[in-house]
Design a protein around this ligand. Structure first.
Ligand SMILES: [Zn+2]
Ligand SMILES: [Zn+2]
Length: 224
């Protein structure tokens, strides 16, 4: 089975195959309500995240300075401090997730089509629909999520190691710019890995399961 390289993306709303480069143009033109809900959610999430993270980082930096200057520079202490940074980040992320549940609900209320059988429903119904009608698709989505978190954890571990190696050489402003480089680097590599998944794995997978569905139900799946 082959997939046309020009149709390597699947729309999450109408489930039609799209050329990879046209994904964002399609979303904006065809599903402005979905894009608006997503944008709103992203914006509120970022705000809520920063609201918790910014003061926590200040306290954290002060604690790091005090501990490193007056207490200990043991490897274990440094690793503990860096690890606590990730705990703070995760906590801020969890808070942002909880604080934007209204945004999540309005995003979920936008109607979408099942990418396996083409049935139309809202996001909450879709979860239930996938569970009852396409349990193997739920397994695939779980694997995709595990891949996503696994890649993120691997990059985070790598960055942590890099940070640990360079920590003794960083002072003042160079320290701040290094934090920025680590943060942007993580986001950049992770985005690349996710784009790769969508580009080379996901569309192939959807084409495959849709073909199986079509042949077992004796009909052609029709995209709008
Ligand atoms: Zn679409
Ligand atoms: Zn379905």
């Amino acid at each position: 089975m082959s997939i046309s390289p020009t149709e390597s993306s699947v729309c999450p709303v109408c489930a039609s195959f799209l050329p990879f480069r046209e994904f964002h143009a399609h979303m904006r033109a065809q599903h402005p309500d979905y894009v608006a809900a997503q944008t709103q959610k992203d914006r509120d999430e970022r705000k809520a995240f920063a609201k918790r993270l910014a003061p926590a980082i200040l306290v954290w930096l002060a604690a790091v300075l005090l501990i490193v200057l007056f207490y200990s520079r043991d490897t274990a202490v440094i690793i503990g401090l860096i690890a606590s940074m990730w705990v703070i980040t995760a906590w801020a992320g969890w808070y942002a997730h909880r604080a934007t549940q209204a945004d999540t609900a309005s995003l979920e209320s936008v109607a979408r089509e099942c990418r396996v059988c083409g049935a139309t429903m809202d996001g909450v119904q879709m979860e239930e629909h996938l569970r009852t009608m396409h349990p193997e698709e739920v397994r695939y989505l779980k694997a995709a999520r595990a891949y996503s978190f696994g890649v993120l954890a691997a990059i985070a571990a790598l960055m942590l190691f890099l940070w640990y190696l360079l920590f003794p050489y960083l002072r003042g402003t160079s320290y701040r710019s290094f934090v920025q480089i680590v943060t942007y680097g993580t986001v950049f590599i992770w985005t690349g890995a996710m784009v790769g998944w969508r580009r080379f794995v996901d569309a192939r997978h959807v084409r495959h399961v849709r073909r199986i569905w079509d042949s077992s139900h004796g009909m052609q799946w029709t995209a709008p």
